[in-house]
Design a protein around this ligand. Structure first.
Ligand SMILES: NC(=O)c1ccc[n+]([C@@H]2O[C@H](COP(=O)([O-])OP(=O)(O)OC[C@H]3O[C@@H](n4cnc5c(N)ncnc54)[C@H](OP(=O)(O)O)[C@@H]3O)[C@@H](O)[C@H]2O)c1
Length: 239
């Protein structure tokens, strides 16, 4: 597929999964609108990608409505969006407290970043979303499994999943995917397991091929596990 004129907006693209997705889309010549709070890491990411494709790097916090408006304006300036990946997210406190001990202010912060900010972004880019655009909201197995200590982050991802499911039925003109990427060796994962050796977890780059069927294919809106979508090599049995 020729992606020369396709544009993707990825939040939280300076490291981890967002960065891995930005790299693969840059190789496919997508124009990229990227954000993250840390200005220097984001501009460093842009510097690495801009020899391959056009990149707009807008530092800011997805909780900041003015910043989200600026992302939408960039999308308008580039003639609309084919893909939005709501990837930026927070774990909350590290180590994660049990729910009955969780400071409510921290929980509000988690829900603002992981639930309200993705919806706010979609509200603001709505006029820029082309028919058949894809929306990928990054979720987690913690949205489904009741892991002790994961009540804050896990319930926010559960809310993001239900929000995604309703968006999907309300907007059949788009494909809405909510995706569990699986465990990955990233800063957030290290925060979830402070002091533990996480070197056995796969790098985000190994998971990214599982996103390509959602980006390029025609799968129906729904929940997917990226690991299950990674194309498997074909083996030819010897006679
Ligand atoms: N790692 C795992 O094992 C795992 C498992 C399941 C699901 N996930 C999900 O995968 C996604 C990516 O996580 P990751 O592990 O790649 O995390 P990560 O390595 O910590 O990267 C997070 C990215 O998001 C940016 N970010 C964080 N808060 C932001 C905010 N408020 N506004 C704008 N940008 C923000 C970070 O940059 P700044 O800090 O500079 O803003 C960074 O670029 C998340 O949705 C996460 O919930 C991860």
């Amino acid at each position: 597929m020729n992606n020369v004129y396709k544009t993707a907006l990825i939040t939280g693209a300076s490291r981890g999964l967002g960065w891995a997705l930005a790299k693969i889309l840059a190789r496919e010549k997508w124009r990229l609108i990227l954000d993250a709070r840390g200005k220097y890491a984001l501009l460093g990411a842009r510097l690495l990608l801009k020899t391959t494709t056009r990149v707009a790097a807008l530092p800011g916090d997805v909780q900041d409505e003015t910043h989200v408006e600026a992302l939408a304006q960039q999308a308008a300036a580039w003639g609309g969006l084919d893909l939005v990946i709501n990837n930026a997210s927070t774990l909350g406190l590290s180590p994660q407290p049990a729910l009955l001990d969780y400071p409510l202010e921290s929980l509000q912060q988690i829900f603002r970043t992981n639930v309200l900010a993705p919806l706010s972004l979609l509200q603001k880019v709505r006029p820029q979303l082309k028919d058949n655009a894809r929306i990928i909201n990054i979720s987690s197995d913690a949205a489904r499994e009741a892991y002790a200590g994961w009540g804050g982050y896990g319930s926010s991802k559960a809310a993001l999943e239900q929000l995604s499911a309703i968006l999907a039925v309300e907007n059949p003109q788009w494909k809405v995917y909510w995706v569990d990427p699986g465990d990955m060796r990233t800063q957030m994962h290290q925060e979830a397991y402070p002091g533990e050796d996480i070197s056995d977890r796969p790098l985000p780059e190994t998971v990214v091929p599982g996103f390509l069927p959602l980006i390029h294919g025609d799968l129906p809106s729904g929940r997917y596990r990226a690991l299950e979508l990674i194309p498997q090599p074909l083996f030819h049995e010897e006679a």
